[in-house]
Design a protein around this ligand. Structure first.
Ligand code: COA
Length: 287
């Protein structure tokens, strides 16, 4: 799909009318509504304040797609680059901050063509280098990005996110139980010392957390497939719920398959950081 049949314009005040009916929601979706709102309400401000640069594709005076870019750096030491560059502290990346095609034009190759054009422009840019194209994919769009074999998941960030989502989930369920009056009896009297109090507290929380994890596992097959557990620790006397044994690198293929099933992702409500190596991408597409 060549993009030459559309005009490309830097988004500015004169195009506000062209985006007023822009709609990328093929079905009702809060995340996609945010993308509709961004182009109508914020993109101009972001352009003016150098937070991102938005370009639009226009047909007959109407915006049919837009994308926003900014600069970024990937601080991932284990990223796959040539051996001699493995010691760099970070790698220059182009950040695709937002990207949407109007629902009337989706699935006709425009999205793919826009990505290709972004990579081509980045590769041919004579002023500034970017080695990676980085983006945060909404759960619903992950399958689209992962259908392109050049996109990979930035695994460390993914571990952190899944751990964070699990913690949130466990804490919500714990609060729910406490609100419902669930308690576990333990020793408590005037002479109870701090250490015993802490042990009691640990006992109560561990029992709840273990029960909650049992409830959670059937809902989140990934935790079971990766043999992970929920652990409870105390940091500065504050209880901390941690996901243990969730090693994204060791379980790479399980996670990739799991992420392709968008229902799974929505269950934990995570967005997934992805990157494409622009060098590879460019060679694959433009030879
Ligand atoms: C995601 C989006 C940008 C893709 O743009 P698009 O123009 O619809 O996609 P394309 O038509 O270029 O798709 C190209 C390829 O992906 C395939 N594809 C399309 N939707 C897919 C999906 N949901 N999952 C997997 N593959 C998909 C097409 O079959 C096509 O494959 P082919 O070239 O091998 O035939 C667009 O659908 C969109 O705006 N969605 C809503 C907003 C959004 O998700 N933005 C991204 C935020 S992270």
């Amino acid at each position: 799909m060549p993009l030459t049949s559309y005009e490309k314009h830097l988004f500015s005040e004169k195009w506000l009318d062209a985006v007023k009916d822009f709609d990328c929601c093929a079905s009702k979706n809060d995340n996609y509504e945010k993308l509709n709102d961004f182009i109508k309400k914020d993109a101009l401000k972001y352009n003016q304040n150098n937070l991102s640069r938005t370009n639009i594709l226009v047909k007959n005076g109407v915006c049919i797609a837009y994308y926003s870019l900014a600069m970024n750096a990937i601080k991932e030491q284990r990223i796959s680059v040539e051996e001699e560059y493995k010691t760099l502290k970070s790698y220059p990346a182009l950040f695709l901050t937002r990207f949407a095609v109007d629902k009337r034009y989706q699935k006709s190759g425009i999205g793919k063509a826009i990505l290709n054009a972004i990579v081509k422009n980045a590769c041919e840019n004579q002023e500034i280098a970017a080695r990676f194209l980085f983006l945060d994919a909404y759960p619903e769009s992950i399958s689209w990005y992962l259908s392109n074999p050049l996109f990979e998941i930035l695994y460390t960030a993914l571990s952190e996110r899944i751990a964070y989502c699990c913690e949130k989930c466990v804490i919500e369920k714990l609060n729910e139980r406490l609100r419902q009056g669930h308690t576990i009896e333990c020793e408590l009297n005037e002479k109870t010392d701090v250490d015993t109090l802490r042990t009691n507290c640990e006992k109560i929380l561990t029992t709840h957390v273990n029960d909650i994890f049992h409830d959670l596992v059937p809902e989140n097959s990934l935790l079971k497939a990766c043999h992970s557990k929920i652990g409870l620790t105390f940091e500065n006397n504050k209880p901390k719920i941690k996901l243990e044994g969730f090693n994204t690198r060791q379980n790479l293929s399980i996670i990739r398959d799991w992420l392709k099933n968008k229902n799974n992702v929505l269950n934990l409500d995570i967005t997934v950081p992805l990157y494409a190596d622009i060098n590879q991408y460019y060679i694959a597409i433009y030879g």
